[in-house]
Design a protein around this ligand. Structure first.
Ligand SMILES: *Cc1c(COP(=O)(O)O)cnc(C)c1O
Length: 333
C-alpha cells in the first residue's frame, strides 16, 4: 500500500469506530500557566478523564466490537498489568464477552482488583511482563480465545485515532503541533494517520521516556529494534519494541521524536496539576514534558501546541516520590 492509501484506510476505520458506546469525548482544555510561561498556546487533551482513566478503552472497545459473533462467543485474552487490562475488562463487560487478563505476579493488588471488579478473570502468572505475555499467547492458542494486543492491531490503532478526530473538530484554528506519548505506538499511529491525511501541515511529535525510547531507535535504524533494557517509572509506555502495524504508519507520518527524563516527567506532573488540579501518571505527562523541551530547543513563540494527557493511573503512594523530585528541580518549584 502506498502512503496515501495506508492513511486513508485508517481514516475510514477511525470514522467508523463506535467508541462512544463506552468512551467519552474528552475536553481539549487550555493550560493558562504553562501557556504563559512557555509563550505559546498550550492545549491539553484530557484523556485522563476517560472511564478507566486512560484512552486505552477506545482501542480495546473498537477491537472487541469488531470481532465476529463466533470470536465473541469464544472470549478474549490479553496480557497487561496496566491501563490496557482495565480497558479490555470494561469493554468486554459492556459487550458481554468473557475476558481473561494475564498479569505478572508482581502486579499491585489494586490493579488486580480493578480487573476483577470489572468482571474479568485475572490470572497471575510469571514474574515479569514478557513471561505473562508468553503465557497469554499460549493460552490463546490452546483455547481459541482471541488475543487482544495493547497496541499492535489495526482495530486498536483506529480506536486510539478517534482522539485525533476529536482534536481537529474541537480546534479548527491554526494548529502547529500535536505531542503524543509513545509506548508501543498505537496511540501515535492512530493520531498521525488521521491528522496527516487531513491536515498534513500539523506536526506530529512523539515523546518517549529515555528508558523506553523504542520508536526513536526504530526510526534511527529504519527498522524495529528490541531495546535491551526498559525502565518502568513511566509504566504505561514501558515497551521494548514498537509495534509492526504502528511502525508502518509512524515511519511515514511522525515528524520528530523527543525523549525526556524521569525528573522532567515529575516536573510535568506538577505543571499539569498547577493548571488543572488533576494528577497525571508519569506516562500521562510525557507530552507536556516534550512540549517544554521543544519550546526550549526551538525557541518557537505564539504557536498552538496540543499535548495528549493520556492517563491518571498512579498509585497514591508514588506521589510522595513525584513531589520530592519535582521539588528538587529549580525550574519546577
Ligand atoms: C498505553 C499508554 C500510552 C502509550 O500508548 P501506546 O499506544 O502503547 O503507544 C501512553 N500513556 C498511557 C497513560 C498509556 O496507558
Amino acid at each position: 500500500m502506498n502512503h496515501h492509501n495506508l492513511l486513508e484506510h485508517y481514516v475510514k476505520k477511525i470514522l467508523a469506530a463506535p467508541v462512544y458506546e463506552l468512551a467519552v469525548r474528552t475536553p481539549l482544555q487550555p493550560a493558562p500557566a504553562l501557556s504563559q510561561s512557555l509563550g505559546n498556546q498550550i492545549l491539553l487533551k484530557r484523556e485522563d478523564l476517560q472511564p478507566t482513566f486512560s484512552f486505552k478503552i477506545r482501542g480495546a472497545y473498537n477491537k472487541l466490537v469488531n470481532l465476529s459473533a463466533a470470536q465473541k462467543a469464544r472470549g478474549v485474552i490479553t496480557a497487561s498489568a496496566g491501563n490496557h487490562a482495565q480497558g479490555v475488562a470494561l469493554a468486554a463487560r459492556e459487550l458481554n464477552i468473557e475476558a481473561t487478563i494475564v498479569m505478572p505476579s508482581t502486579t499491585p493488588a489494586l490493579k488486580v482488583t480493578g480487573v476483577r471488579s470489572r468482571g474479568a478473570e485475572a490470572l497471575l502468572q510469571g514474574e515479569s511482563f514478557p513471561v505473562a505475555l508468553a503465557h497469554a499467547l499460549q493460552l490463546a492458542e490452546q483455547t481459541g480465545k482471541t488475543f487482544v494486543s495493547p497496541f499492535d492491531d489495526p482495530d486498536v490503532i483506529a480506536g486510539q485515532g478517534t482522539v485525533a478526530m476529536e482534536i481537529l473538530r474541537q480546534h479548527q484554528g491554526p494548529l502547529d503541533a500535536i505531542f503524543v506519548p509513545v509506548g508501543g505506538g498505537g496511540l501515535i499511529a492512530g493520531i498521525a494517520a488521521y491528522v496527516k491525511y487531513l491536515r498534513p501541515e500539523v506536526r506530529i511529535i512523539g515523546v518517549e521516556s529515555e528508558h523506553s525510547a523504542c520508536l526513536y531507535a526504530a526510526l534511527k535504524a529504519d527498522e524495529r529494534v528490541v531495546l535491551p533494557t526498559v525502565g518502568t517509572f513511566a509504566d504505561g509506555v514501558a515497551v521494548a519494541q514498537i509495534g509492526a502495524h504502528c511502525f508502518e504508519v509512524c515511519r511515514v507520518t511522525v515528524d520528530e521524536v523527543l525523549t525526556v527524563t524521569n525528573d522532567e516527567l515529575c516536573c510535568a506532573i506538577k505543571n499539569i496539576y498547577d493548571d488543572t488540579r488533576s494528577i497525571t501518571e508519569p506516562s500521562g505527562a510525557l507530552a507536556v514534558a516534550g512540549i517544554k523541551k521543544y519550546v526550549a530547543s526551538t525557541g518557537v513563540v505564539g504557536q498552538t501546541l496540543v499535548a495528549i494527557d493520556s492517563g491518571a493511573n498512579i498509585n497514591f503512594d508514588s506521589l510522595r516520590h513525584v513531589a520530592e523530585r519535582a521539588g528538587l528541580n529549580e525550574v519546577c518549584v
